[in-house]
Design a protein around this ligand. Structure first.
Ligand SMILES: [Zn+2]
Length: 153
């Protein structure tokens, strides 16, 4: 059973706390619903930081192998996933806007309004859901549905 800690985002960051673990993908209900097949383990880590300019943020890291369905051959598709996302914390929308302009230098960083409780498991789920390909497909040359290459002489 997955624990879903609900934390105060800023306290979590300021105390440099970490939430990490490895669990069955099924433990994440929204992932289980979104994925065609739900097996395997998901490793996750959420760590809190404060940078030299007093910005609070969390780094979300996820590593897993998903089983998707190739939309070309409808066969099973092994989808290794390793992602990291930095989320800067804002108290309200106004601060979020300011931060968004501020943190533009950090590639791929996002701003999260975190004045109330933050569901850490939901952050992990969101990152995985956002990373799912719109149309999953086997790589070029690895899909059984591809027409065999005929050599022209
Ligand atoms: Zn395929």
């Amino acid at each position: 059973m997955l624990q879903r800690p609900s934390v105060h985002g800023f306290h979590f960051a300021q105390a440099s706390r970490t939430w990490r673990g490895a669990t069955d993908i099924n433990a994440f209900a929204r992932l289980a619903e979104a994925l065609p097949e739900c097996r395997g383990t998901i490793m996750y880590q959420v760590r809190g930081f404060v940078d030299s300019e007093r910005h609070s943020y969390v780094d979300v890291e996820v590593e897993t192998v998903l089983a998707l369905v190739c939309q070309r051959c409808l066969g099973s598709l092994r989808w290794p996933l390793k992602l990291g996302r930095r989320l800067y914390l804002a108290h309200d929308e106004k601060e979020a806007e300011r931060l968004e302009a501020d943190v533009a230098l950090v590639p791929d960083a996002e701003v999260l309004v975190a004045d109330a409780a933050v569901d850490l498991a939901a952050l992990v789920e969101d990152e995985v859901l956002l990373s799912l390909p719109l149309i999953p497909r086997h790589e070029e040359g690895q899909c059984p549905a591809e027409a065999p290459v005929t050599e022209l002489n």
